[in-house]
Design a protein around this ligand. Structure first.
Ligand SMILES: C[S@@+](CC[C@H](N)C(=O)[O-])C[C@H]1O[C@@H](n2cnc3c(N)ncnc32)[C@H](O)[C@@H]1O
Length: 229
């Protein structure tokens, strides 16, 4: 499905259709989809569907890290900032930057504040991550992502490309929709990146994307953890 400016989908209806989100095909489709969806994403999708995936990814990221470390984090496909909000609660000294194709989603992320009233995010870059990475090179200690490596969004090539934003030894914690992971060769792409010396051997765990009680409970993601070599 290509999303058309003039389509008549009711994006302001709380019951956003996940099938519509999975049916996008191009970066322009994503731009248009999230332009329409940004204002209702947090309440109408995250809260309503018990979408716990972004928070869980933040928690997995923070588990092995000291809460006093001043780390520099990039949130890939940060959207409205659900990952960043949780991560900033767990790692208050982390500087969290974000990258996303949607100006409207980034606008909402920019409004999110920490408990000390400072912004959750530092630098927010409006970028199409299917294109060569220009916003940062070898900068970050941690790369985190939830919900962005999924049907119609980003595939394995952008995942390998964003590793360039990490410092050598930097840690990646990336959630990938399991069906998308299997269908689009993520494991092979990551293995090839191990073979070429770009990353360490990944470990994988499976997590629920929605809490019990959600209509989507049972949809799972693979979390790939690896380091830039
Ligand atoms: C389902 S949302 C996830 C947002 C957030 N990480 C979360 O967990 O709530 C997917 C995000 O991927 C972004 N996205 C889709 N295609 C993209 C692209 N080509 N480049 C950069 N971001 C993209 C969308 O704008 C959207 O904010």
């Amino acid at each position: 499905m290509h999303v058309d400016e003039s389509d008549n989908y009711d994006y302001n209806n709380d019951s956003f259709d996940l099938d519509a989100a999975y049916a996008v095909e191009t970066p322009d489709d994503n731009r248009q989809l999230y332009k329409n969806w940004a204002a209702t994403y947090d309440a109408g999708f995250v809260d309503k569907n018990k979408y716990s995936y972004p928070k869980r990814i933040a928690e997995i990221c923070a588990e092995p890290v000291s809460t006093t470390d001043a780390l520099w984090v990039i949130d890939i496909g940060c959207g409205t900032g659900v990952v960043g909000v949780r991560l900033s609660e767990l790692l208050p000294h982390a500087v969290i930057d974000g990258a996303d194709i949607s100006a409207e989603m980034l606008h909402i992320a920019a409004s999110k504040v920490r408990s000390d009233a400072n912004p959750v995010y530092g630098e927010l870059s409006e970028v199409d991550l299917t294109l060569p990475i220009t916003f940062a090179q070898s900068r970050y200690d941690i790369l985190i992502s939830a919900g962005t490596f999924t049907h119609g969004h980003l595939g394995p090539d952008p995942l390998i490309a964003v590793v360039s934003t990490l410092q050598p030894g930097g840690q990646a914690i990336v959630g990938i929709n399991k069906q998308h992971f299997v269908a689009n060769g993520f494991e092979q792409a990551l293995q090839s990146a191990v073979g070429s010396g770009l990353i360490t051997e990944p470990t994988y765990i499976e997590i629920q994307m929605y809490d019990e009680g959600s209509a989507h409970y049972g949809d799972v993601a693979i979390v790939a953890k690896f380091r830039k070599a």
